[in-house]
Design a protein around this ligand. Structure first.
Ligand code: ATP
Ligand code: MG
Length: 667
């Protein structure tokens, strides 16, 4: 047992593999494996080829400027407009009658927009924003329900050169005010309300409360009447001169609004991270490089075709909604399905009913959702016709192998490739993922870097343990360590809004000349990459670095377990002991022997070193509003500390209940 090398021990083995079917490969957008070698030969030239898939009003003169590294710039001198690339050019190409968005509302009604309709609506919103004084370079805060108008408002901002800062519609007034003030937004676009689990979410009232806390830069509030005919609806206070009705203003605008030609490096948006690890950061993305990255990866990873009905279940409050609802798919003229509400309204089969109703072909969702569906039971999907699906995706957290296999079997009917996509708000686009027509998948593995991306596995000391690119090279034995990205890529963040120092310190100080995402990784013996969760979450047990993800996956492998969150807790002898918080599937009865069985199960799956010291059964785990497990709060509970930043916590009562339970169990 060595305490010197803190490189992550990789313990859990996965041997099941799933090659793509010949049928899928023959029709895939990417079926030629030479794409990896071609990209690796000259990555900058390769990204230039990808940028040519977009429409530029002026070509770039320099592909990459590294002179102020790590403040990299892409496609210098180029001019384009992101909204033009998502709408106008499709209409000009004769695709105006293609369906752009099918918006399913929680109460069960839906509305369809063609690309013609979307362009007209976006122009009206853009003209309305101009009428409210929004100019090129301003920031607009968007706090709306997940309906088509949210996507259109983002595009309207892009059209006139204003940066949007979308704040998820579940955030509290404090969080809105903090983000509005940090970004210095001039206008907020909101709605009288939205539907969530059969109840009205009073968005306008939240905005009123946020403004009452003090948001000096806000001049006007544009209010979509999602629920009523009157914007004065729903508990809010209507402030004449500040608040403006969407019906009155937007609907009265002209459908003609020219696109502002933007420099490639002009700000497209600011987006705050989900806050799994601490206080959210205002991540900045610019126009040309970001759009190049999301346009290319949407085509490759989701294999988008004109016949697809593509459904990404994320909210536009998160980066997934920006990159893989709005900018990536729409710049590819895809047909999107957008859903306003909750997966359990009116019943726990809502997602499957939506797929059946609209014949969705691609589903992109998160492990937290998949584990929840596992907890609810298979009879919900089994009662629906899911035969339209042809591809499944996962994002947001490591997907435990058992959840992957469940997704493959019960949702994909064993017929759909799964793309486990690793990326971040900061990376802008997918960085590590299978290409569905080429890559053999392994449950729990995001497989390998995208074409044009080269990664490395680093030791704690900053030594390169392995280089990883799209070429699979089998290592002699599995290698665990810390993920790094070797070179700049077009879709990368351009910084943290208002805090250049934090940008350098957070991402560029750990490994010289490399981007540090903060995640642990292992390359298994077959050359598959497994993302192991946050470096901060890795446990050091008796001299071994053990990833929380591996212990969680061993627990989820037990038939009774739906979900598990594992943390390291101070232990007198071992340094850290393993503490697991476990949620049991609804159909399982909790017996006296269950906890012993679970410990034993982990011991046999991984080895005695990974056997949890404590297991606490809980109905819910603390998660961010985007559904990620917040291990840092569990660590605070286990160590009896005051809780860290809780503003991004989805349901504060979960933590309070857990703290009580933990203290009682500890006795
Ligand atoms: P913050 O940075 O504020 O703590 P966050 O990192 O949760 O928040 P996001 O940018 O939404 O905010 O999430 C990116 C992170 O999500 C990644 O760093 C990684 O830890 C995790 N992640 C995303 N996709 C995957 C995946 N496919 N497999 C494993 N982990 C993933
Ligand atoms: Mg992060």
């Amino acid at each position: 047992m060595s305490t010197e090398s803190h490189t992550i021990d990789t313990l859990l083995e996965e041997s099941r593999t799933y090659p793509p079917s010949d049928e899928f490969t023959s029709q895939a957008n990417v079926k030629d494996a030479t794409i990896y070698a071609h990209a690796a030969k000259d990555p900058i030239a390769f990204w230039e080829e990808q940028a040519r898939h977009l429409s530029w009003s002026q070509p770039w003169s320099q592909a990459l400027d590294e002179s102020e590294a790590p403040f990299f710039k892409w496609f210098l001198g180029g001019k384009l407009n992101a909204c033009y690339n998502c709408l106008d050019r499709h209409v000009e190409a004769g695709l105006g009658s293609r369906t752009a968005v099918i918006c399913e509302y929680e109460p069960g009604d839906h509305r369809t927009y063609t690309y013609d309709d979307a362009l007209a609506e976006v122009c009206r919103i853009a003209n309305a924003l101009k009428a409210l004084g929004v100019q090129k370079g301003d920031r607009v805060c968007v706090y709306m329900p997940m309906t088509a108008e949210l996507c259109f408002t983002m595009l309207a901002c892009a059209r006139i050169g204003a940066a949007h800062s979308v704040v998820f519609g579940g955030f509290s007034p404090d969080s809105i005010a903090e983000r509005v003030n940090d970004a210095g937004a001039k206008v907020i676009v909101t709605a009288d309300g939205g539907w969530r689990r059969g109840k009205v979410v009073e968005l306008k009232r939240m905005v009123d409360e946020a403004l009452a806390l003090g948001c000096p830069t806000i001049e006007r509030v544009l209010v979509l009447e999602r629920l009523g005919n009157s914007a004065k609806y729903n508990g809010g206070t209507w402030v004449e001169g500040r608040d403006v009705s969407w019906t009155q203003l937007v609907n009265a605008q002209s459908e003609d609004c020219p696109c502002e030609p933007m420099d490639s490096e002009d700000l497209l948006f600011i987006l705050y991270t989900s806050g799994s690890t601490g206080k959210p950061k205002g991540i900045m993305h610019t126009t040309g490089g970001y759009l190049t990255g999301v346009n290319a990866t949407s085509r490759w990873v989701f294999d988008l075709k004109p016949t697809d009905i593509y459904w990404c279940t994320a909210d536009c409050g998160w980066v997934t909604g920006h990159s893989y609802i709005v900018y990536g798919p729409m710049s590819n003229a895809a047909t999107l399905l957008v859903y306003e509400g909750s997966p359990d309204f009116p019943d726990k089969d809502r997602f499957w009913r939506i797929i059946e109703k609209h014949r969705a072909t691609i589903l992109y969702t998160a492990p937290t959702a998949i584990r929840t569906f596992m907890k609810w039971g298979t009879h919900y999907p089994e009662q629906c016709d899911l035969s339209s699906l042809r591809l499944l995706g996962s994002v947001g957290e490591p997907i435990n192998p058992e959840a992957w296999v469940w997704y493959h079997k019960f949702i994909g009917g064993r017929n759909c490739p799964i793309v486990d996509t690793w990326w971040q708000t900061e990376t802008g686009n997918i960085m590590i993922s299978p290409l569905p027509g080429l890559t053999t998948a392994k449950p729990g593995s995001a497989t390998r870097p995208m074409p044009g991306i080269s990664a490395a596995i680093m030791s704690e000391e900053g030594e390169t343990l392995a280089e990883v690119s799209g070429h699979v090279e089998k290592p002699e034995s599995s290698i665990g360590g810390i993920l790094a990205v070797n070179k700049p890529w077009p879709g990368m963040l351009r910084g943290i809004w208002g805090d250049p120092e934090r940008y350098i310190n957070t991402y560029w100080s750990r490994f010289k000349g490399k981007y540090f995402p903060g995640d642990g990784v292992k390359l298994d013996e077959d050359g598959f990459l497994f993302l192991l969760g946050r470096v901060d979450d890795i446990m050091l047990v008796a001299g071994h670095n053990i990833s929380t993800m591996e212990v969680e996956s061993a627990l989820v492998d037990h038939p009774a377990v739906a979900e598990a969150a594992v943390i390291g807790k101070t232990h007198e002898i071992k340094g850290q002991g393993i503490c697991a918080f476990v949620t049991i599937k609804s159909e399982f009865e909790v017996t006296d022997t269950l906890i012993g069985d679970l410990k034993h199960h982990v011991g046999t799956k991984i080895g005695p070193i990974a056997r949890p010291d404590d297991i606490i059964l809980t109905a819910e785990l603390p998660k961010t509003r985007s559904g990620k497990i917040m291990r840092r709060l569990l660590r605070d509970i286990a160590e009896g500390r005051e809780l860290g930043d809780t503003t991004t916590l989805g349901d504060p009562s979960v933590v309070a209940a857990l703290r009580d339970k933990y203290e009682n169990t500890e006795g």
